[in-house]
Design a protein around this ligand. Structure first.
Ligand code: FAD
Length: 537
């Protein structure tokens, strides 16, 4: 459906069952769960899907090795449940979106003998908790093998390593795919539509006033129930309902840097469970590069948080601590920052110790807020939220929750070994076929078809992203602005910011033709996209 038709449909005087505010992992998950149960659902996102935290994660599907340590050390049942749920959900997502998520081996290098039994036992317990959803057994790897598996590891003093497995996924594409699957299930989904205020009738929330950031208009959307799934912004929306509402969230910022190809670990990530100041650090293979993160700092809430120079220096410093190499600013291809919405505990000041669990709250005026949690558990959070919504708003669902068995868009006919066939059928380079196969799953042939019709050129010579993807993103994946394409449909800007800046004029040209932008709009879009790429994504 074209944007104008979508907005016109929303402006019709219609009452939805559920209005979901926020198009990150949580909101997209809730919209999919609700629509797949047969509820008339509308999802609105003020920027693009996953433009908030959900495109800025470490991209791991995990139970949380660190939370397991806390569960054991403090005999904390909540942390234990968090790990167990995470491992269960990891298994479900690997099955429901096998094109976007895959098993990733990780090593933890050990430099002190006494760490060997401690870390090994911890990771064995991690396996055990995964139960039938285990994706591989942890094992000890000797020094020599560790270095051959991961040649950049610091050799001096290395005793051994533990090899274990978690999931790795494409977070932004996963959110867009959730929105697409929700749409397929009957939900109306709209990005670039901001909730400005909540509507009330007889003291109960019954919809919202929204602004269309592209068309400029404002209008009302009515619904029997409203779900606030706005991540770090949840308190702002709660205060639209009740200006005196006490905050329930704290934001903690985490940054990632992407390093040049030469740092790319060969299909194995490294997890340092505790740096000298107690943080967790990952160095992961990602899109042919090395993804390094993350830090954990208290932060102010904003749409586009900026990676601080000090945080970048911190990550670069730790590269030389844990690797036999030195990384400098010149090796950084991209950097970005994300805000973790952490459930608030007034007693705690250390954000690393705040719980990663989620909460569901229903206000007096019946605004339902879902906040906290993590990407890995979005499906379970969505299920609980819709269960609450049915009870709170007195809604009848035609079906019970079945998202644990619902393949996401692109998954139903995905063949894991299908890259070669795609390359052969469409005459694609191997890296391009691999990228399309995993980004689009069983929809890849539609992109390849566009490529065959004259859009088969790369957006940048060093990366597998194609011009065809721009059109596909606009026609089938709700992309409305250049960075919707360059950051969240393809990951070009996240992998290589400079390359994205070079590709920008061609992306604008293609979008202008498809969306009939005049010269003024094109200039506006290039200015906005460029300033964001130069500043913070
Ligand atoms: P968001 O993604 O922020 O979505 C909220 C959305 O609401 C935003 O898009 C925002 O624009 C929108 N919104 C706000 N106000 C309005 C309004 N008025 N109207 C309309 N829309 C509005 N989890 C994992 O499982 N694995 C990981 O490896 C991992 N790594 C992480 C690394 C970092 C650095 C961080 C910060 C988090 C990480 N997480 C990870 C956690 C995970 O990313 C988050 O829990 C998850 O993305 C939160 O999703 P969300 O939908 O709640 O929030």
């Amino acid at each position: 459906m074209k944007r104008q038709q979508l907005i016109a449909a929303l402006q019709k005087n219609r009452t939805f069952d559920l209005l979901v505010i926020g198009g990150g992992a949580t909101g997209c998950g809730v919209a999919l769960d609700a629509a797949s149960r047969g509820l008339q659902t509308v999802l609105v996102e003020k920027n693009d899907f996953a433009e908030g935290t959900s495109s800025r994660s470490t991209k791991l599907l995990h139970g949380g090795v660190r939370y397991l340590e806390m569960a054991v050390k403090r005999l904390d049942r909540n942390q234990y449940h968090l790990v167990r749920d995470g491992l269960r959900e990891r298994g479900i997502l690997l099955r429901n979106a096998p094109h976007l998520a895959a098993r990733l081996p990780l090593v933890t290098p050990l430099y002190k003998w006494y760490e060997v039994p401690y870390i090994f036992a911890g990771l064995k317990l991690y396996d055990l908790l995964a139960g039938s959803r285990s994706i591989g057994h942890s094992r000890l790897v000797g020094r020599k093998k560790s270095l051959s598996r991961y040649p950049l590891l610091k050799a001096e003093g290395l005793k051994a390593a533990v090899l274990y497995y978690d999931g790795q996924f494409h977070d932004a594409r996963m959110a867009v795919t959730l929105a697409g699957t929700a749409h397929q299930q009957g939900a109306t989904v709209a990005n670039h539509l901001e909730v400005l205020a909540l509507l009330k009738q007889n003291g109960k929330v019954c919809g919202a006033r929204v602004r269309d950031h592209l068309g400029g208009g404002e209008f009302a959307i009515h619904a029997r129930g409203v779900v606030n799934a706005t991540g770090p912004f949840a308190d702002r929306v709660r205060q639209m309902d009740d200006p005196g509402a006490q905050p329930i969230l704290k934001a903690s910022s985490g940054i990632h840097i992407v390093l040049d190809k030469r740092f790319a670990p060969p299909q194995t990530g490294v997890m340092i469970p505790e740096t000298e100041d107690g943080r967790i650090l990952f160095i992961l293979p990602w899109e042919g590069h090395a993804l390094v993160g993350t830090t954990d700092e208290p932060a102010a809430i904003s749409d586009h948080p900026r990676p601080q120079a000090e945080e970048i220096r911190y990550l670069l410093r730790h590269i030389s601590t844990y690797f036999d190499t030195v990384a400098t600013d010149a090796d950084i291809r991209s950097a970005w920052s994300g805000l973790r919405p952490l459930v608030f505990d007034p007693e705690t000041t250390d954000t690393a110790k705040l719980t990663r669990d989620h909460i569901i709250e229903v206000s007096t005026a019946k605004l339902l807020t879902i906040a906290g949690g993590k990407w890995t558990t979005y499906r379970k959070m969505a299920q609980e939220t819709v269960d609450h919504a049915l009870a709170t708003f007195g809604l009848d669902a035609a079906k019970s929750c079945h998202t644990d068995r619902l393949p996401l868009l692109g998954a139903a006919n995905f063949k894991p070994a299908g890259t070669e066939e795609l390359a052969k059928t469409y005459g694609l380079d191997a890296d391009i076929a691999h990228h399309l196969h995993h980004a689009y799953g069983d929809q890849a042939s539609k992109v390849a078809e566009l490529a065959r019709q004259g859009l088969g050129r790369r957006l940048h010579a060093e990366h597998p992203f194609l011009q065809a993807e721009v059109l596909y993103a606009v026609r089938h994946e709700f992309a409305q602005r250049p960075l919707d394409v360059l950051v969240r449909r393809t990951a070009l800007a996240l992998v290589d910011n400079q390359a994205a800046q070079m590709a920008l004029p061609r992306v604008i040209e293609l979008m202008a033709e498809e969306l009939a932008w005049d010269e003024k709009r094109q200039k506006q879009e290039i200015r906005l996209a460029m300033s964001r790429l130069e500043d913070s994504i």
